[in-house]
Ligand binder design. Structure first.
Ligand code: ADP
Length: 273
């Protein structure tokens, strides 16, 4: 290792002194993004994209200018949930995000593929580079809150996002089964390594509410979310029920018609950041 100049921006060495934020990439010069919240999960299929969409929806309804950066490049589901099927357009200044019916700005690899169902068969660094470009090359127009739908796990792309984007906080999404395992702990510890606060845990598919009497049935066992939050010193939790109307709305591209208020307290907390 050469002698330390204490200027991480001109050095590629990995050392104890390196500030993870020294890898930060500048946002497009025509963009303004005030706060960036990453939505993470330990594995796929637990409802991370659902929570990203519902959080964005909640903030948008509260009057904040909201955006979603879909960093789940190999499994993008956000455009479908919002009924967005057009291609992204570009200008000399950068790429323009799609705008949902309710006014949420959105960028996803699906807006760049020739056919939506083309698979993304790219190596890790190319995928990570694409996500970085969603930050540096997209013109985000005056955004108060950007939610980043992260790929599941703690691999290459989450690492790139945490190092390249100025992430202000993380929301962890877990199913009831994951809350009894170590998966949440891994996500929380990764956030700790990056010096990014975990703002809350969302337990998705936490219970089923009987459509006739409203009684909550904890079909995967009693909820563990508060105990886990306490264990990792996380102040906020929320629960979303297993609700067939949610998957129906997202399959129809009409998630913006969802009236559920499950994430209202998280949205209020994030609005005070
Ligand atoms: P992930 O982003 O973690 O891979 P998704 O958000 O894409 O997961 O959700 C996976 C599937 O489960 C989707 O079909 C979605 O519509 C459905 N789903 C997610 N959350 C719920 C819920 N609370 N109730 C019913 N279906 C849900």
């Amino acid at each position: 290792m050469s002698e330390c100049t204490h200027d991480c921006s001109t050095c590629g060495e990995s050392c104890a002194e390196r500030d993870p934020k020294s890898f930060l990439k500048p946002v497009n010069q025509y963009s303004t993004v005030k706060k960036v919240i990453a939505v993470v999960s330990g594995k796929g299929g637990v409802g991370k994209s659902m929570v990203t969409s519902l959080m964005a929806l909640s903030m948008n309804r509260s009057g904040y200018k909201t955006a979603i950066l879909d960093a789940d490049v190999t499994g993008p589901s956000i455009p479908q949930m919002f009924g967005i099927h057009q291609k992204a357009e570009g200008t000399e200044q950068g790429i323009l995000p799609a705008i949902t019916k309710g006014g949420i700005e959105l960028m996803s690899v699906n807006l760049l593929l020739k056919n939506e169902d083309d698979p993304v068969v790219w190596r890790g660094p190319i995928i990570a580079g694409t996500v970085e470009q969603f930050w540096t090359d997209v013109i985000w127009n005056d955004v108060d809150y950007m939610f980043v739908d992260m790929p599941p796990g703690t691999g290459d792309v989450p690492l790139t996002v945490f190092q390249s984007l100025p992430v202000d906080g993380i929301l962890v999404v877990a199913s009831p089964q994951e809350l009894v395992g170590m998966i949440v702990g891994k996500a929380v510890k990764m956030a700790g390594l990056m010096n990014i606060p975990v703002l809350g845990i969302v337990e998705n598919m936490a219970y089923f509410a009987c459509p006739d009497c409203g009684k909550k049935h904890y079909i995967f066992g009693n909820s563990n979310v508060d105990a886990i939050a306490k264990k990792y010193d996380i102040a906020n939790t929320a629960q979303i029920p297993l609700d067939p109307s949610l998957s129906a709305l997202s399959d129809r591209g009409a998630i913006e018609d969802c009236q559920g208020e499950w994430l209202a307290s998280l949205a209020e907390m994030i609005g005070k950041l």
